[in-house]
Design a binder for this molecule. Structure first.
Ligand code: ADQ
Length: 727
């Protein structure tokens, strides 16, 4: 097995210096549990920052850190200076990406020097990866601090298996586009074979940004960029389920619970646990609690809010300001509503051990999780797992990733104070049986897709992507298959060559009239046609007039209008039998309607077909309308002997007898060809490929092949092939 290399901003062990002595503090986070389930411990290596600025350490300390981390924790430290941390971590990561990706554009600073630092530090991580990894290793990169790293590694190790997981939301295109360095970030991420997100919406936003900014389409979650296939998929992170679901029977947890319960004196407990961050909606939560106590005085002296905030990013001004705001709000509420025997809010500004935190989970009647945005939120999952067999109500913001999997929680809009207050009331009064039922359903889900399943799922998908990529590699027209084709061509006395035009012999253009054959193509076709053993058919959806204009003076056969018209070489145009046009009158108004509703799209009336082109329309809108239009077309064309054809950014309706496959069959049945080659780029061509004999060479331009025997990546590659055989 190759090694698995895990790269993240921080290592799972953090190093601190106390009284000139180094202390190593491993944190058993969820991911560590997931990885330990894989076994193969000594094949897993971690790369990340240790927690200390390298320029604030002596040479001895640096050496000790490096050797201890390597020996005891299988970890390699990335050395960052104080300046790197200021501009990269506090600067770009936490003042640019973090606020923007959590929909706080007004908190975002667009400073080019911070971006330069982000690029530089990603390269420092790259150096460590190159020192530690071999070209065949599996590399799993975590989170928003390292979004350029996948492409940087790819450049050095083209064959490495690289996975990337984003732990925070990926924002909608309208927000992401604000970033001056948006294209570089997308390109950086697309260096990975697999890009994972917590929720479907984040994956959708990423794909939409890739489409709009790089012009790259996705096909069932696969994105092709610079001849590489990457997969985009959803992996909602799970928790260490065994640990939390068994917490209440853990003796350490029980001890903590007993001592805390004594102090709480029978009050109903509302719990709130987060890092102190503006995305978590803590002030809004406090105000909602205040509203509950004001509107429903009967809860005074009956409930208590335990607010746990873990210090976070305390060097950033905004976080210090938020801390002041929270401190003040708590004193105001406690001062206004408290009594001698009762403090409404107990506030803890520190981290807790697993035992203490689980004791709070276990004691709480309600967990109040109201982030304004949160990639996932594991606290919500940990609480529900702790209450596997007991009551306890989760109130959860609908803008947290975990809300997608926890529909049995009381879901709230975190900006709606009244709604949160009323959810609190519902929670405090909810029948215990109902609480247990809701928790049981959520527990079933949490137990199935826990951190172990999550880790395995991600790594398995990473392996699968490789298989899909290799599958495509096999089907690429290269190596033996290509030599076989060239040899077969040379030996054959009678050859049939059927070539689609747009997207096959020339690249697709925004305006169809711009795609006239260039002198090189004219020369190539003439040379092919000049060999008396060849019958070269150019088969297109274009009109007869245009085809005659472009190719009339060459010794070619032609098929026009997707097969409505055909012209064997040296003869006149002929019409396929059994066509009629009566249906057009009925369908034209629907085509016009969709043209008007989709700015930038056009309707083309052909002799025996109608086409709606949406290449120049706004892509999202066009995709939406195309779906709608297809539905309508399929329902109205069913009994009219019509076919709906989906091309590249075009929907076309034509009589069933009009098809390239149908027209080409006239050539196929005419004689016993010793060599057949057909090339095309869309589903229309695939229908033609399907009816060719097995010995024929059918070539799709583009990787989305179904019937074709092989593919080439571009019209340039096809032209090179034709040039080679005709030489
Ligand atoms: P966070 O923003 O840190 O993580 P979250 O998912 O809630 O948020 O994880 C917090 C973790 O810290 C939990 O496992 C919890 O047990 C622990 N924790 C919280 N308070 C604690 C305390 N007082 N003492 C000790 N431990 C405490 C980012 C994203 C999230 C995403 C995670 C994982 O912002 O959206 O869910 O990564 O991908």
């Amino acid at each position: 097995m190759a090694n698995l290399i895990l790269v993240s901003n921080r290592l799972s062990v953090s190093v601190e210096k106390r009284k000139s002595k180094l202390e190593f503090k491993p944190s058993m986070g969820g991911l560590a549990t997931g990885l330990s389930s894989l076994g193969q411990k000594d094949r897993i290596l971690r790369i990340g920052w240790s927690g200390l600025a390298v320029d604030e350490l002596g040479r001895e300390d640096r050496r000790e850190i490096e050797t201890t981390l390597k020996r005891e924790y299988h970890s390699i430290p990335v050395e960052l200076t104080r300046e790197d941390l200021e501009s990269f971590y506090y600067g770009f990561c936490n003042n640019v990406i973090w606020p923007l990706f959590h929909y706080f554009p007004s908190y975002t600073t667009y400073d080019n020097s911070l971006w330069e630092s982000y690029r530089r530090v990603n390269s420092i991580y790259l150096e460590k990866v190159l020192e530690a990894a071999g070209p065949e290793d599996m590399i799993w990169i975590h989170d928003y601090q390292l979004m350029l790293l996948p492409a940087l590694i790819r450049e050095k190790f083209p064959d490495a298996q690289i996975g990337f997981f984003l732990h925070i939301p990926f924002p909608s295109f309208e927000v992401f586009r604000l970033l001056p360095w948006r294209t570089e970030i997308l390109t950086g991420l697309l260096g990975a074979d697999l890009i994972g997100f917590h929720a479907y919406d984040y994956a959708r936003h990423f794909i939409s940004s890739v489409r709009r900014l790089l012009g790259v389409e996705n096909n069932m979650g696969y994105v092709r960029h610079e001849q590489r296939l990457s997969r985009v998929d959803v992996f909602p992170m799970g928790i260490d389920y065994k640990k939390y679901s068994g917490a209440l029977s853990n003796s350490g947890v029980q001890r903590e619970m007993n001592s805390a319960a004594r102090e709480l004196q029978g009050l109903k407990v509302i719990l709130s646990v987060d890092r102190l961050d503006y995305t978590k909606g803590i002030p809004e939560r406090l105000k909602a609690y205040e509203l509950l106590l004001e509107n429903s005085p009967e809860y005074r002296e009956k409930v208590v809010l335990l607010l746990i905030a873990v210090p976070s990013r305390t060097r950033v001004r905004r976080y210090r300001a938020l801390k002041r705001e929270i401190d003040e709000l708590i004193s105001t509420i406690n001062g206004k509503l408290g009594t001698i025997g009762w403090v409404p809010i107990h506030y803890f500004y520190r981290g807790f051990s697993f035992e203490r935190l689980s004791a709070f989970y276990g004691l709480a009647d309600v967990l109040l999780v109201t982030p304004l945005r949160d990639g996932m939120n594991l606290v919500a999952k940990e609480f529900v797992a702790t209450h596997r067999d007991t009551g306890g109500v989760l109130i959860l913001s609908e803008t947290a990733g975990s809300a997608r999997e926890m529909g049995e929680a009381l879901l709230i809009n975190p900006n709606n104070r009244e709604e949160i207050a009323s959810a609190l009331k519902t929670a405090l009064e909810m029948d215990e049986k109902e609480q247990i039922e809701r928790n049981a359903i959520m527990n079933e889900r949490l137990s199935r897709y826990d951190i172990v399943a999550w880790t395995k799922d991600f790594l398995n998908k990473l392996i699968q992507v490789r298989e899909v990529q290799e599958g495509y590699q096999v089907k690429k027209l290269a190596g033996d298959l290509k030599s076989e084709l060239v040899a077969a061509y040379r030996q054959a006395e009678r050859r049939l060559i059927i070539l689609d035009y747009d997207g096959t012999l020339v690249p697709i253009r925004a305006r169809p009239q711009d795609a006239a054959p260039d002198p090189e193509l004219v020369d190539l076709l003439k040379r092919l046609a000049a060999d008396p053993r060849n019958d070269v058919v150019v088969a297109s959806g274009r009109r007869r007039g245009m085809m005659s204009g472009w190719f009339g003076n060459m010794d070619l056969s032609l098929i026009a209008c997707h097969g409505a018209w055909f012209k064997p070489k040296g003869q006149k145009w002929q019409l396929i039998e059994g066509l009629n046009n009566e249906w057009k009158e009925q369908l034209l108004p629907i085509f016009e309607l969709f043209k008007d509703r989709t700015p930038g799209s056009t309707v083309e009336e052909k002799e025996y077909a109608l086409a709606w082109h949406f290449r120049n329309a706004e892509p999202e809108l066009a995709a939406l309308r195309a779906g709608e239009f297809k539905d309508i077309l399929f329902s109205v064309t069913g009994d009219l002997n019509l076919d709906v054809l989906e091309g590249k950014k075009v929907l076309e309706v034509k009589h069933v007898n009009v098809s390239k496959a149908n027209a080409a069959s006239l050539w196929l049945s005419r004689e016993n060809w010793q060599f057949i080659l057909a090339a095309g780029d869309d589903s229309n061509d695939e229908a033609l490929f399907a009816q060719l004999p097995d010995t024929a060479y059918s070539i799709k331009i583009g990787i989305d092949i179904f019937e074709a025997r092989a593919y080439l990546e571009s019209s340039t590659q096809l032209r090179q092939l034709l040039d080679e055989i005709v030489k």
